[in-house]
Design a protein around this ligand. Sequence first.
Ligand code: BG6
Length: 493
Amino acid sequence: MSEEPAPARPFDLVVFGGTGDLTQRKLLPALYHHERDGQLREGSRIFAISRQDLGDDDYRDQADGWVRRHLPAADIDGEVLGRFRERLHHLQVDATEPGDWASLAAALTDQPERVRVFYLATSPDLFGPICQHLAEQQLNGPASRVVLEKPIGFDLASAKAINDKVGAVFEERQIFRIDHYLGKETVQNLMVLRFANALFEPLWNAAAIDHVQITVAETIGVEGRGAYYDRSGALRDMVQNHMLQLLCLLAMEPPVRFQEDGVRNEKLKVLRALKPLEGDAVAKNTARGQYRAGIGDGAQVKGYLDEEDIPADTRTETFVALKLEIENWRWAGVPFYLRTGKRLPQRASEIVIQFRSIPHSIFHADAGRIPPNRLVVRLQPDEGITLQMVSKAPGAGRLRVRPTALELSFAEQFKVRSPDAYERLLLDVMHGDPTLFMRRDEVEAAWSWVESVLAAWAGSDDAMKTYTAGTWGPSTAIGLIERDGRTWHEDTG
Ligand code: BG6
């Protein structure tokens, strides 16, 4: 059993996009784990909404298959899955059909008091219309919550339009904007590392830190999501949300409490302090590329332009590297290098905090090189923390120094399954805790920063380079950091 308490009351969870990829791969497996861990109160129900003509039993059979396919066999307990199936219902709803919305309302009205969570795992164009229909059926009362999956819009204007439409019928406290990176155990651990240890915080500033690197590398390509991805690209898909959120947690001032507005106010201040990248600064501080045919996960893979649903002349980037600065007292002058891409050599997400070099070495010149200390936080896989230090090499002879590492592996330390991000976030929605969700102003501040980069890119197609699948992106990404006399962290490139 998990230590996390079950929500106090039974709930009704209504998932729009009930047969979609996210529901299959993430939501149902996460909910199954909650069933197994006793976190779904008796009577809680899950309604999957789609346009398909499916009865409850058809849907339950499909869901059974998805849960088995997306979880390790050892996690599946037939009895638990049997119980879980009974909670599932399918409703056919066509957004343009008023009668369908009335039947959704009718399915829920027998339990007027309970918490209702509407999970919108659909295209963002539908967020506004769905919320409007829910309001027409009076399903937006104080006990209702709405969860919005990313992307929240395509740019600042569309994000504002979505936020306006959703905000017209739900109050901000009822709106949960998901960034699943915030639900990752290791991402939450960043806050614990910083604010539950006295050791790091006094050093967490420009006086002690030389620079920061954030890498989110994937080996996968666009995985059948070509139509979505090509409109998006790496900057919109990964940087606007996940990577800027990581940056915020790393760079923010200590919140007064680990509580919704405490954390969100501090993150917002970081976004607002980001130095805008505009005009010529964009070419100098960004690198982007598209993968060509090469190696992916050990096999020969095609290039981006040959993937399904990708136009032959597209300029969408599958890799981006950026150099950012935060204009405030804590971080003035400290560069933050970010990079993310598809079809890179390994799946590795990590944060590297590189401290300044020692001011002077007291050891004789051939004692060995004294590299600066680095704190490496591995977000996935192999979650853990490494503190790179320098130690004396053993031996009675002339003193020599060697790089060494203090290692913390979460798997070895805690020996428990690390829950998927969606497990944590779904439970938070049911508890009504928005701390790990994005507030409207954060989403809009992030879009506002990203937009000037997109605008400059639109006028400079020649800066788009290609890279072979299975390599660390275009050479311009290496140039971006090496120009400053620094290198990407060697374990990941
Ligand atoms: C999603 C992006 O938000 O995050 C995907 O749309 C990406 O393109 C995914 O693959 C990465 O998430 P994770 O949890 O696998 O690192």
